[in-house]
Design a protein around this ligand. Structure first.
Ligand code: PEP
Ligand code: MG
Length: 780
């Protein structure tokens, strides 16, 4: 399959790509014919666009409706067809211009994007052939691989259909004349400036500041064109070539680190830059204007306006890709540093807020730390920073105003301190603290094979929360016993859309295989809230955290939800996968998911696709209502996982991502503990396991209380596993059960904290050579 993916990822001309694909697929499936039909603009008819084996003259002339022929059948049903004796089929339709009466068997797979058929991939054989399920799967995967390329080519093509409108809109273009910010030279020395924020992800970093700019506003760029039009033309072409090679580098890097799925967005961008229509339009325009910037802006505006007129939000948002590409080229043209430009190794990224999408788009290996003016420690971006072990501080007031690009900074993620232009003494102090931290981490990792067992023998399962393939390395390094929460949103964020089923399946399968026989808990898409994706139209909600997010959103996008359930089921053959449903707030919601799942299982069974029929289905307890009706929910599922980030947010009415109320975000509040306890008791009555997978599971103060409440599995960031293990090993289950009982009767979080702190102290943990220092700083 890698060869088909390779052809597709190098696509810069649709016809050439399709010709390569039909050749390759014919060979792989040992078929006499392979053809691609693409839908017309009406989305109701198909026209032959590329073929190997049929008469060449038929290309562009053979046209059939969705209600005609076997190819139409695949398009209509949005499902593959495989027919041994095609001519005997009632839907068989004969096109003399193709000479296809010679062919006996036919297999067709539709190219589907978000439930819309945009084409069909077909193979035919002269001799009768009964196609195997593996053949159907292969064809379908090829179809899914080429669908995005076809879609993008289609969208880019739309522009040429609306010349008149384009001209009108371009003429409206106003240049405000606000100059764009150019790359700042490294700043001159100044006195050390200390800023304080929220300790978000532990670790120490010392490095140069990289200011993540807001995207360049295309309409506000000023530029003095050269009087020589030829020079302008050369500059534009150079900018295009540079942007192209920059994208290649980023794509390679992202694909290597996170897997090719995450690089998909860059394929799209490269496809735009190589699109003949796009480049041709730029060339024609520069001839006329002799002004590189104006040309770029005019052409981009034409595309933007075209996309804007599309009603479907998904297709409309594809315009963002053209805009992104345009910014990149413009940045090269102006010599402005692009936000996705390769970072210098060891950079400290300074931004307005840490967003999950940063981790899909930035080269995280080169990130020494992230500091943000806004946001709290449990915002999703912060969670991803922690899971990637990138030190982070959020909610740093005055940061953006104070910071100068290129200056040296120190970030202390454990205390929430940030120093700009630190003096020599401070630098030396932090360099040695950094070293001590690294040694402690190494010591703890060396003990990774010891069990997480209390002094009196209670075994606690220590799993980890991950969201990227890259995290699997950390799981091994820190000795986690499985994945307690696999967040699937990053794939959607990298794609800016629901990921394709085949891509999801590949990712989940790789994770499940790599971890087997250890458990892998895959959570269905938890988008919305602070993980907004533009294409879904969830933006602009007044209360996004209470709005159309998570399982609610998925239940109203049944097609993509089914696709994800199918992908998870297909990846479950190792029998180590568990399915987790987020944000369940009622029995009806759980039942709706169970119904969908049962249907999807039946479909797979009928198609003889293997999967784990006993796949455990669990729900997250992260809405107070779920904890309050836990008995009813426990009777209908196989396990509970408490999401304390949201449970705290919803119980205390404190936005988890708002730094102004971060001091009120308190998972050790007795009300939160009471809800966890209630869920735990319901789980015990129903005899199902219960875990905690929110950030609380790796909060040292919370660990004794969670163990005391009887939680059997704690899932936190991989790097927290060794510390949590040391804590568990120092505890006595009997003693912490008593602590938990007292904590449940406490009136304030302060009392709860005092109970937990006393236990850590009594267990001798504050004097522990590796974790003691850190625990003392947590208690301070
Ligand atoms: C939670 O809410 O605690 C949780 C684990 O889910 P997320 O942080 O992804 O919302
Ligand atoms: Mg949650």
């Amino acid at each position: 399959m890698a060869d088909v993916a390779g052809v597709v990822s190098r696509s810069h001309d649709l016809d050439e790509t399709l010709n390569n694909v039909v050749d390759l697929v014919a060979k792989k499936l040992d078929a006499d014919v392979c053809s691609v039909y693409l839908t017309d603009v009406d989305l109701q008819h198909l026209t032959l666009r590329a073929t190997r084996g049929l008469a060449r003259e038929a290309i562009g002339t053979v046209r059939l409706g969705f209600d005609q022929g076997l190819v139409g059948l695949a398009a209509e049903q949005r499902a593959p067809v495989a027919i041994e004796h095609a001519r005997e089929h009632p839907r068989f339709l004969y096109f003399p211009e193709t000479g296809e009466e010679r062919y006996e068997s036919l297999m067709a797979a539709p190219l589907v994007v978000r439930g819309v058929t945009i084409g069909v991939l077909v193979v035919q054989t002269e001799r009768p052939r009964r196609f195997e399920q593996a053949d159907v799967d292969l064809l379908q995967t090829c179809a899914q691989l080429i669908a995005p390329v076809v879609l993008n080519a289609r969208l880019l093509d739309l522009v040429s259909r609306t010349e008149a409108e384009r001209a009108r809109i371009v003429s409206k273009l106003a240049v405000s004349g606000v100059p764009v910010q150019r790359e700042q030279p490294v700043e001159v020395a100044r006195r050390t400036l200390e800023l304080r924020g929220i300790a978000t992800s532990p670790g120490i970093a010392i490095g140069p500041v990289y200011r993540l700019e807001d995207p360049v506003d295309l309409s506000k760029v000023s530029y003095e064109p050269s009087p020589d039009p030829e020079q302008e033309r050369r500059d534009l072409l150079r900018a295009l070539a540079e942007a192209r090679s920059e994208l290649d580098d980023v794509r390679l890097e992202v694909a290597e680190r996170f897997g090719p799925e995450f690089a998909a967005v860059f394929n799209t961008h490269i496809q735009i830059l190589e699109d003949k229509g796009f480049v041709g339009r730029l060339e024609r325009s520069i001839e006329q204007t002799g002004d590189a910037l104006r040309t770029l802006r005019d052409v981009l505006e034409a595309y933007r306006a075209t996309f804007e007129r599309i009603e479907d939000p998904f297709f409309r948002e594809r315009g963002l890709d053209v805009e992104d590409v345009g910014r990149r080229v413009m940045a090269r043209l102006l010599g402005v540093r692009h936000r996705n430009v390769p970072l210098a190794p060891g950079s400290i990224v300074v931004t307005d807020a840490i967003l999950p999408a940063h981790f899909a788009l930035l080269e995280t290996d080169k990130l020494a730390a992230i500091v943000a003016e806004h946001g709290g420690a449990t915002a999703h971006g912060a969670i991803f920073a922690r899971s990637l072990e990138i030190p982070a501080v959020t909610g740093v007031q005055g940061l953006l105003e104070a910071v100068r690009p290129g200056e040296l900074a120190i970030v202390d993620g454990a205390s929430g301190r940030v120093y700009l232009s630190p003096d020599e003494v401070l630098r030396a102090e932090y360099a040695s603290a950094q070293q001590r931290y690294a040694i402690a981490v190494e010591h703890l990792d060396a003990l990774r094979d010891r069990p997480a067992e209390t002094r009196d023998g209670r075994r606690i399962l220590l799993t980890a929360n991950v969201g990227l393939l890259h995290d699997l390395r950390l799981i091994e390094r820190h000795g986690a016993e499985g994945i307690g929460l696999f967040r699937t949103e990053l794939l959607a964020l990298a794609h800016r859309g629901f990921p394709e089923e085949a891509e999801q399946e590949r990712l989940y399968e790789r994770v499940a295989r790599a971890m087997a026989p250890r458990p892998v808990t895959i959570r269905t898409l938890d988008l919305g809230g602070d993980k907004a994706v533009p294409f879904l139209g969830v933006e602009g909600e007044e209360n996004p955290q209470l709005g159309w997010r998570s399982v609610r959103l998925m239940l109203s996008h049944e097609g993509p939800f089914r696709a994800q359930l199918r992908a998870i089921l297909r990846a479950s053959t190792e029998r180590n996968v568990r399915l987790l449903i987020p944000l369940v707030s009622s029995v009806e919601e759980l039942e709706a998911v169970q119904r969908l799942l049962a249907e999807v299982k039946q479909e797979l069974a009928e198609a003889r696709v293997p999967f784990d029929e006993a796949l455990p289905v669990g729900i997250m307890i992260e809405v107070p209502s779920a904890a309050l009706i836990a008995d009813a929910l426990a009777a209908r599922c196989d396990f509970f996982s408490v999401g304390t980030n949201d449970l705290t947010q919803y119980t205390l009415a404190v936005d988890r991502g708002n730094e102004r109320v971060a001091h009120l975000f308190e998972p050790l509040h007795p009300a939160v503990l009471a809800l966890i306890d209630r869920a735990r008791r319901a789980a015990e009555r129903a005899d199902i396991p219960i875990s905690v997978c929110g950030e609380m599971a790796s909060n040292p103060l919370a660990v004794p209380l969670l163990v005391g409440l009887g939680i059997g599995e704690l899932s936190g960031s991989p790097s927290a596993v060794p510390v949590v293990k040391e804590i568990v090993r120092a505890l006595d289950a009997g003693e912490v059960t008593e602590d938990a009982r007292r904590a449940l009767t406490a009136g304030t979080a302060g009392e709860v904290r005092a109970i937990a702190a006393a236990r850590l102290r009594a267990a001798g943990l504050l004097d522990h050579p590796d974790v003691g220092g850190w625990l003392r700083s947590v208690l301070a």
